[in-house]
Design a protein around this ligand. Structure first.
Ligand SMILES: Nc1ncnc2c1ncn2[C@@H]1O[C@H](COP(=O)(O)OP(=O)(O)OP(=O)(O)O)[C@@H](O)[C@H]1O
Length: 246
C-alpha cells in the first residue's frame, strides 16, 4: 500500500467510564473510499470524528496526512483544513445565502479573494447540480439540496480527505438518491480519500474499496464490498447484515 494518509495504531477513547473505541488499528491509503457500518452506538461517528479532531482519542496514535494529532491547537487547524466533513444535519448557516455559506471558509480561513472564492463556489454548485440556488437561503431549499450545498461547501476548502457522517439518514426517501448520486460522482471522479458512515449498502457496493464493520467499539471485520456482503466471516456481521438487508 502507498504511504497511508490516515494511520490509527491501537487507538482508544473513553466517554467517562465507557470505552467507546477499543484498540483500533486502521490504515487508509490516499484515494481510498471506505464505508463504515455497524449497529447504532457501535462508535462509527466517534471514529471518524477523531480524524478531524471533533473528538479526541486518549490512547494510541493517530496520524492524518503526515500530522500526528495531539493537543497542539496548531495541528488542529491544519487538520480541519485538510479534512472536510459532511454531517447528518447539514450544519449550514441559516442567515447566509448558499453562496455566502460556500465562500465563508475560503475567504476567512484560506484568505482567498472574494471573487475567486465565488468562482470556485459556483464551480462546485454546478458539480452538485444546483447552481441556480446560489442566492437562496438554506431554509428555502429541500433537505437533499441543503445536503448538496454542504458537500459543495466542503469541496470549496480543497480537502484531501472527506468524512461523511450518515449524510442521507435525515433525508426523506425521495431525496436520498440525489445526494447519493452526487457522492458516487465524487467518489468516482475526484480521487479524494473518503470515509463514509452509512447504511446505504448500494452506495457501498458501487464505490467503496473497503467496507468496515464496527460493533461495540471494535473493528470486527473489513473487506471489499463483494466479499463483505456475499461472504461475511463473522457471526456479528452476518446478524447485522440480516437485519439491514431484509
Ligand atoms: N459526547 C458523548 N458523551 C458520552 N457518550 C457518548 C458521546 N457521544 C457518543 N456517546 C456514546 O458513545 C457510543 C458510540 O456513539 P457513536 O455516535 O460513535 O455511535 P454510532 O455507531 O455512530 O451510532 P449511530 O449509528 O446511532 O449514530 C454510544 O453509546 C453513544 O451513546
Amino acid at each position: 500500500m502507498a504511504e497511508p494518509i490516515i494511520t490509527m495504531r491501537d487507538l482508544n477513547k473513553w466517554y467517562g467510564q465507557f470505552h467507546v473505541l477499543k484498540h483500533i488499528d486502521l490504515e487508509v491509503a490516499p484515494g481510498e473510499r471506505i464505508v463504515v457500518c455497524g449497529p447504532s452506538g457501535s462508535g462509527k461517528s466517534t471514529l471518524i470524528r477523531c480524524i478531524n479532531r471533533l473528538e479526541e482519542h486518549q490512547q494510541g496514535q493517530l496520524i492524518v496526512n503526515g500530522t500526528e494529532l495531539t493537543n497542539d491547537i496548531k495541528n488542529v487547524e491544519t487538520i480541519r483544513r485538510d479534512v472536510g466533513m459532511v454531517f447528518q444535519h447539514f450544519n449550514l448557516f441559516p442567515h447566509l445565502t448558499v453562496l455566502e455559506n460556500l465562500t465563508l471558509g475560503p475567504v476567512w480561513v484560506l484568505k482567498r479573494p472574494k471573487a475567486e472564492a465565488e468562482q470556485t463556489a459556483m464551480k462546485y454548485l454546478e458539480r452538485v447540480r444546483i447552481p441556480e440556488q446560489a442566492n437562496k437561503y438554506p431554509g428555502q431549499l429541500s433537505g437533499g439540496q441543503q445536503q448538496r450545498v454542504a458537500i459543495a461547501r466542503s469541496l470549496c476548502m480543497s480537502p484531501k480527505i472527506m468524512l461523511f457522517d450518515e449524510p442521507t439518514s435525515a433525508l426523506d426517501p425521495e431525496m436520498v438518491k440525489e445526494v447519493l448520486d452526487v457522492m458516487v460522482g465524487l467518489a468516482k471522479e475526484s480521487g479524494m480519500t473518503m470515509l463514509c458512515v452509512t447504511h446505504e449498502m448500494g452506495f457501498a457496493r458501487k464505490v467503496a474499496d473497503r467496507v468496515i464493520f464496527m460493533d461495540r467499539g471494535e473493528i470486527i471485520e473489513q473487506n471489499s464490498p463483494d466479499a463483505f456482503f456475499d461472504h461475511p466471516q463473522n457471526e456479528r456481521t452476518r446478524l447485522f447484515l440480516s437485519q439491514i438487508l431484509h
